[in-house]
Design a protein around this ligand. Structure first.
Ligand code: NAP
Length: 253
């Protein structure tokens, strides 16, 4: 069990799915958790779940691609819970399309949320972490970093997050800050449900087809990612930094 008592964790895109599960797990591990999402209202249910289980949580509205909003959100976290010790860059969107149909907006929005958002939140959080000489950053990549049809924008962003993770681990290691990435495969969330809807396939059929190709023969759950995030911010991974851990029921999806 990871012991995060006395630590403050910030999880972005924490209103639902993987982010909500990570926030819940870190709160169970003892951290006070700030759940950031596009609107504060989007975090309400996840905050209530954590409080109902005896944890400490606050919900804050923040678009991670907006520099001012990010600065204000981290200031609010510092006021309400204390400055961030742990950051999980999880907020994400899909704007899938084959390249000949992909708009410039679809490209820019995906880069803005995944890459610019991860950059802005990490740059803001590290100021406090460097002062404390302690910090943990976990970034959400994806098996799509290895390439996926219809996702040149998302694949590029998720591969970029891997490079960002490795470079940042080199910069921040001397300050006691570890930076790692998790690359999930097929995880059952609203994001995968939206993909099924977009391509006009029944979700259960899409999931069953995916499960045939996954060595462990099941789709992942948000808790499968949350437990690895807990490992990466805890002391059992004390000598692990700059790594990408594929959590995909196999070596890749
Ligand atoms: P999800 O269910 O769609 O949740 C993503 C959350 O991020 C939503 O609450 C969303 O808010 C929020 N968000 C979107 N843009 C934001 C922004 N600009 N600022 C703040 N919050 C924002 O997705 P998920 O499946 O849990 O995925 C979480 C992360 O894991 C993402 O980075 C995703 O790329 C990655 N991932 C997921 C899978 C998978 O199979 N599910 C696989 C590999 C990697 P809204 O409700 O407003 O959209």
């Amino acid at each position: 069990m990871t012991d995060l008592s006395g630590k403050v964790a910030v999880v972005t895109g924490a209103g639902r799915g993987i982010g909500a599960a990570v926030a819940h797990r870190l709160a169970t591990d003892g951290a006070a958790v700030a759940l950031l999402d596009i609107s504060e209202a989007a975090t309400k249910e996840a905050v209530q779940d954590i409080e109902g289980a005896g944890g400490r949580a606050v919900g804050i509205g923040c678009d991670v691609s907006d520099e001012t909003a990010v600065r204000d959100a981290f200031d609010e976290v510092a006021d309400r819970l204390g400055s961030a010790d742990i950051l999980v860059n999880n907020a994400g969107i899909l704007r899938d399309n084959l390249i000949f149909k992909m708009s410039t907006d679809d490209w820019d929005q995906v880069m803005a949320v995944h890459l610019r958002g991860t950059f802005l939140c990490s740059r803001t959080a590290q100021r406090w972490m460097v002062e404390k000489k302690w910090g943990r950053i976990v970034n959400l990549s994806s098996t799509s970093a290895l390439g996926n049809r219809g996702q040149v924008n998302y694949s590029a962003a998720k591969a970029g997050i891997q490079g960002f993770t490795k470079a940042l681990s080199i910069e921040l290691g001397p300050f006691g800050i570890r930076v790692n990435a998790i690359a999930p495969g097929f995880i059952e969330t609203d994001m995968t449900r939206a993909t099924a809807q977009r391509v006009g396939v029944d979700f259960d059929q899409m999931k069953a087809a995916a499960e045939q190709t996954i060595p462990l023969r099941r789709a992942g759950h948000p808790e499968d990612i949350a437990s690895v995030a807990s490992f990466l911010v805890g002391e059992d991974s004390a000598y692990v930094t700059g790594q990408v851990i594929y959590v995909a029921g196999g070596p890749k999806a």
